[in-house]
Design a protein around this ligand. Sequence first.
Ligand SMILES: Cc1cc2nc3c(=O)[nH]c(=O)nc-3n(C[C@H](O)[C@H](O)[C@H](O)COP(=O)(O)O)c2cc1C
Ligand code: SF4
Length: 500
Amino acid sequence: MWRQGKPIRHSLLEARWPTAEEAARSRLFSPIKVGGVRLESRTWVPAMVPWRATEDGLVTPNVLQWYERFAAGRPGAIVVEATGIRDIASGPLLRIGHDRFIPGLHQLVETVRRASRGHTRLFIQIIDFLAVKRRPEKDKFFARFFALNDHHRAALVEATGDALWLAANESAIRRFLIDAPDDLLDSVLDERELESLRYGYRERVTDMDLPHIRELPEVLPGIFAAAAVRAREAGFDGVELHYAHAYTMASFLSAKNNRPDGYGGRRENRVRLPREVYRAVRERVGADYCVGVRFLGDEVITGGSHLEDAVYFGTEFARCGFDYLSVSKGGKFDDARQPKVGHAVYPYTGPSGYECMPTVWSDARGPFGRNVGLAATIRQAVRNAGCHTPIVTSGGIATFEQAEQILQSDEADIVAAARQSLADPDWFLKIKLGRGDEIRRCEFTNYCEGLDQMHKQVTCKLWDRVQLDEPGAAMSGDARRRLVAPRWRDTPEEEMVVED
Ligand SMILES: Cc1cc2nc3c(=O)[nH]c(=O)nc-3n(C[C@H](O)[C@H](O)[C@H](O)COP(=O)(O)O)c2cc1C
Ligand code: SF4
């Protein structure tokens, strides 16, 4: 977890919870239309990867339980975690790149409908990502991955003052580099090679020498569209195209995208593929199906896109017909911390990662509602363009007053809470019932994010070691942590949403 230079430990916000009558009158618990879908309230659980799918990307009983638990709190909407659109191995992340994934996803839809008693709408976030390899051992890197060329030989001569390197045999050079100090490597390897050595090899959308990267604009609209059709067949109320954080589509939008093929450089070019993907999706799923997008209000990296870009993108997305815009922030590889050998770089460990999931160790502004301003500015621009597309905001929102204030002041139309919903999946229901003082409040110290970073099943430190003897409580692989929050035992009978 990255911490601000001289972090201040912030306390949680004071919370005054409303009575049931006050909640019933609130904007938060008022309905809203998202495209053709009606949400009962403006409460929203955004995508969160829990690492519970099979190695083949299939839905498991643990996946079902995870979403069942969120559904019991009856948010207006849940967005299912980032789900891969390709039919390629990607570890225990959900996938939707083939029809064989539909039955499991259909079961997931049914589970949420049943557990929320039909009160919660369900969207699925669909994602494409490029290859990221683990940080290699130094000797393995030089023995296997390093492509020696004449530039390296010349640089070695320059760095050591020894002309013998020009004709030296290749294995001698590799052996020498394995033992070479960092500063010598700095002058012999280029920037990408150093990155591959120290962080692990990572593809970029600008790697035009790689045919599969060059062809992304031809390939992606079709596979996103096919995935969206499967989402519809599985029964989801809509799809969310993942154009945020560290992944392929966000990289097309990034100011760092300088592809020379008309898909990079100026903003108009960078938004071209994201728009083409949307059009392909829309063509296949039809005008009545809900298609939303998650994108960044600010990449928070040097040379990256900032709010002016996001205002332009948001307006374009609204104009072309997206049914909602969910604004996130940061979460990039570019400023991530160096991983340990054998681990992959994780895009939430640097300053931009901090902005995506801010913790109580913060600057003077603190972590709460830190990203709302981005959503508000984008919303205003979208409205000025004559579009009424709902805007979803997230990031450090964990009290009723915060949420209500955001909605009342028209900074956003829907309020998303990831970690607070993980800490207490019943929190929206508790507010609605006037029982807010029973909420288990997120501490914003990111234990859950640490688990995600290690690709371990995500849980919350406030509940993963309690009531371990609860009948039927699913446990983590090491049998030390429960996988879903304990039941809210005092749920009023008429509100009981999980069957005994
Ligand atoms: C464990 C974990 C997994 C996440 N996975 C995703 C994801 O799959 N897609 C996504 O867009 N955001 C993901 N996020 C980011 C959240 O959706 C949200 O934007 C972020 O946590 C800030 O909101 P919060 O302060 O309410 O937690 C994840 C967050 C956490 C904590
Ligand atoms: S582990 Fe729980 S309390 Fe800690 S940040 Fe995550 S959700 Fe909040």
